[in-house]
Design a protein around this ligand. Structure first.
Ligand code: AMP
Ligand code: MG
Length: 559
């Protein structure tokens, strides 16, 4: 079952679109709204609190177990947390199933179990007369810190798949298949020999055989064999009829046109019609990332222009007057630009076109530069800005993105490294009216933007956990998943109020278990650990140190 779980501090949308799987069959929707009384008292709202990571994990676990009993196709759960005014939805559950009955049962059981085992609770009631702020969780002077899970849920909900296109196989590597491809015919289409040898009837136990024909891989010569007859066949040759077996030539003695079997073996040495692919059977499902093997399957069945995700455009700006190109010797105070090549390298795993430019340090000049680049900005599907994401006098990424028409979804997350991460959306229902590009932006086009904290290690972390997830959703694929492994050594760190994505070297032990070696880093300006980092270990907030062999969640970073 396809499962999506989201915790959000924002109101749940009036309309939540069903997953693609729900096209056939039933799509049930349930919304639980806050009642106007609690324990006999009239109230104006409720405040919900959650342990987000555990809650998401637990909801998933419950749904996965229920899906074993009740065969459903997909589920989407959105739980709102923070202050929720009376009448607004605290939870949305959508269930797709082939028939309504199993969906209704699963929905009922899920709601019962949700109340028991999931760490989401009512923190307080708001008495009548109190004025809950709709649409945004707590409102303090500071921006709300999103948890990692909340940030990911926001990214997912704003990054809808870009429209699919047809592309020739040679251009489809790395793209996401946006259709399910079925075998148009059996493959192989006839019984074929897997050996160089002699085909004889399967039921023929003669002593000797007359060789009546020769078939190479290219030949197609149907005929029936009589007892005592054999046909010389090459590997890959189409057999002349059904119910044969092939005797390897190494097991045969040949004299003129006569053969005698000198070693008996039970193998048929035949690749039977439809043995590999059955006509009508699904070969590749929608959402598959096309690698070399998947492309070979499409070529085999002649599906040469598959419907795939489009090649998308990324525009990457660096900022900071201390930044010099990597081939220059930095003067005191200057620093070589390593983020441009880092971002370019990380984007190699996605089929996209990347343009990069440096913005002047002055905000007005940076806006003017963007004005000159209107066409590139309008064409981009994603804009990345390196640096300037924090709240210093020179940090203009947020206002710059706003001036480009982006609505800021969040600007800080409770993460180390990478706290000042900005995520913005332009277009759709999310962005405010654009000041610089809206008149040029094609209608219905949605663009997303990230302002990444400038240090290379923060870049590495934010790219893998946030940007890669956004890209995966934009191309209609699967977001990177956290896996389970064990610490190979103690992760010696003090408890931190922020969740941490700790760089690590991942190895698979002889027992098949993922072992993670935590790498040394003192602050996000350190780059040395990038030499061997191929995973990020997720260390929960306020926990530490983690002992050797502790079970941890981690995100692989080399795919
Ligand atoms: P910022 O996020 O702009 O405050 O930058 C934080 C740190 O990252 C500063 O030490 C910057 O010099 C550094 N930094 C910013 N951009 C880059 C870059 N393109 N390459 C390497 N370091 C950078
Ligand atoms: Mg800067």
């Amino acid at each position: 079952m396809e499962i999506e779980v989201q915790l959000t501090g924002s109101p749940i949308a009036e309309k939540v679109s069903p997953p693609r799987l729900a096209v056939h069959g039933a799509w049930l929707e349930f919304r639980g709204a806050v009642r106007d009384e609690e324990k006999g008292e009239k109230i104006s709202g409720l405040e919900y609190e959650a342990y987000p990571e555990m809650a998401v994990r637990e909801i998933r676990r419950i749904l996965e177990l229920l899906a074993i009993k009740h065969d459903c196709l997909a589920a989407r759960v959105i739980h709102r947390v923070g202050i929720i005014p009376v009448g607004e939805a605290a939870i949305y559950v959508g269930i797709a199933s082939r028939h309504r009955a199993e969906g209704i049962v699963l929905l009922g059981e899920f709601m019962n179990q949700l109340k028991q085992g999931v760490p989401i609770w009512k923190r307080r009631t708001l008495p009548l007369g109190a004025r809950p702020a709709s649409g945004g969780g707590q409102r303090t002077g500071r921006p709300t810190l999103k948890s990692l899970d909340e940030a990911l849920a926001e990214i997912q909900s704003h990054c809808q798949p870009l429209p699919a296109v047809c592309a020739p196989l040679a251009e489809a590597f790395g793209r996401v298949l946006r259709e399910t491809v079925c075998a148009p015919e059996d493959f192989p289409s006839v019984d074929r020999s897997t050996r160089d040898g002699y085909a004889i009837r399967a039921d023929d136990a003669s002593e000797t055989y007359s060789v009546v024909d020769t078939l190479h891989a290219v030949d197609w010569k149907p005929r029936h064999l009589k007892p005592g007859e054999a046909v010389r066949v090459a590997t890959g040759a189409s057999l002349p009829c059904e119910n044969l077996r092939v005797v390897m030539q190494e097991n045969v003695e040949r004299t003129g046109d006569q053969i005698r079997i000198i070693r008996h073996a039970s193998a048929t040495n035949i690749s039977f019609r439809g043995e590999d692919l059955r006509a009508g059977g699904p070969l590749l499902h929608t959402g598959t990332k096309l690698d070399a093997g998947a492309l070979a399957i499409l070529a085999t069945v002649g599906h040469v222009n598959p419907l795939v995700s489009p090649r998308f455009r990324v525009l990457h700006f660096t900022t900071g007057d201390e930044i010099v190109p990597p081939d220059q010797t930095p003067k005191p105070g200057q620093i070589r630009d390593s983020n441009s090549i880092l971002i370019r390298g990380l984007l190699q795993n996605f089929p996209c076109d990347v343009e990069q430019a440096h913005l002047p340090e002055d905000f007005e000049k940076a806006k003017a530069e963007c004005g000159m680049r209107k066409a590139e900005i309008r064409n981009a599907d994603m804009i990345l800005v390196s640096g300037g994401a924090s709240v210093g006098e020179k940090d203009f990424t947020r206002p710059l993105l706003e001036s480009l028409g982006f609505g800021i979804v969040f600007s800080q997350i409770n993460l180390r490294p990478g706290r000042p991460l900005i995520f913005g959306v332009n277009g759709g229902a999310s962005g405010p009216a654009s000041r610089l590009v809206s008149s040029l932006a094609p209608p219905n086009k949605i663009q997303v933007a990230f302002g990444l904290p400038g240090n290379p290690l923060s870049h590495f972390v934010c790219f893998h956990f946030a940007v890669a997830a956004a890209l995966a959703h934009l191309i209609g694929g699967e977001a990177p998943k956290y896996l389970r492994g064990k610490l190979a050594e103690k992760l010696d760190d003090q408890p931190c109020p922020r969740e941490t994505l700790w760089p690590a070297k991942l190895e698979i032990g002889p027992d098949g278990v993922a072992r993670l070696h935590p790498l040394a880093w003192a602050n996000s300006g350190n780059v040395a650990c990038l030499a061997s980092a191929n995973a990020l270990v997720r260390v929960p907030a306020n926990i530490g140190p983690l002992e050797q062999f502790a079970a941890v969640d981690f995100l692989p970073t080399n795919c």
